[in-house]
Design a protein around this ligand. Structure first.
Ligand SMILES: Nc1nc2c(ncn2[C@@H]2O[C@H](COP(=O)(O)OP(=O)(O)O[C@H]3O[C@H](CO)[C@@H](O)[C@H](O)[C@@H]3O)[C@@H](O)[C@H]2O)c(=O)[nH]1
Ligand SMILES: [Mg+2]
Length: 192
């Protein structure tokens, strides 16, 4: 914790699914002087995301689902193609992403590899996202996926050639940051 920050006040603007606070704080500059800032901070917890890849087939598993915030901001049908991801509960990120993968894609994984931790929107959202990769095969398919009915997820599971997925970044069909980061990670590290 830094001693360059002194919180003056924190006001809850919304406390529902996530918590939105307005925070007033003093921030010490390099020259030792202090400035007063006000920022809104949205806390909806942390998350985990995973790219499933198959070296033999050169394919990846992605998901497709409706994302309301994107529909409000230029995404005509609101559908997003994304790597499988979920919010963390009390379990650790690896346990969570294994469970999320089963729920959303129907695959039960063996080894998973954590590759990075990322603040996805550091100016306003507290979330850290834990990034994983894992190999999959048809033998690991133990369920139908699709997400939980009681969470109204309606997730479609896509199996795509890796090269097609990479081209979909350029074409704009894939516009989700975590998904682009994982596909590029796979390319840079020659996972497939
Ligand atoms: N009632 C209610 N339910 C919500 C709300 N927001 C989300 N939910 C429910 O909570 C579920 C969360 O599903 P997860 O699979 O656990 O999370 P995610 O939405 O896929 O989150 C992942 O992607 C996000 C966006 O990229 C990431 O921010 C997050 O860390 C994670 O990786 C959603 O499907 C939806 O049913 C809300 O405001 N109100
Ligand atoms: Mg999800």
């Amino acid at each position: 914790m830094t001693d360059k920050i002194k919180i003056q006040s924190s006001t809850i603007l919304s406390d529902n699914w996530g918590k939105l606070n307005k925070v007033k704080y003093d921030y010490q500059l390099k020259d030792g002087s202090w400035q007063t800032h006000e920022r809104e901070v949205y806390d909806r917890g942390n998350g985990a995301v995973i790219l499933l890849y198959n070296k033999v087939q050169d394919t990846v598993i992605l998901t497709k689902q409706f994302r309301l915030p994107t529909w409000f901001n230029g995404n005509a049908d609101g559908m997003m193609i994304e790597a499988c991801a979920g919010l963390l509960d009390e379990r650790d990120p690896e346990d969570c992403i294994r469970r999320e993968t089963e729920e959303e894609t129907g695959y039960t994984l063996s080894d998973v590899c954590k590759v990075m931790e990322v603040y996805m929107s550091p100016g306003s959202v507290t979330e850290i996202l834990y990034f994983f990769v894992a190999t999959y095969s048809s033998a690991m398919k133990t369920g139908i996926g699709g997400g939980l009915d009681n969470e109204q997820e309606n997730i479609e599971v896509l199996e795509l050639p890796f090269n097609d997925a990479m081209k979909m970044i350029t074409s704009g069909e894939i516009k989700d940051a975590k998904t682009i980061m994982l596909l590029q990670y796979a390319k840079i590290h020659e996972l497939l």
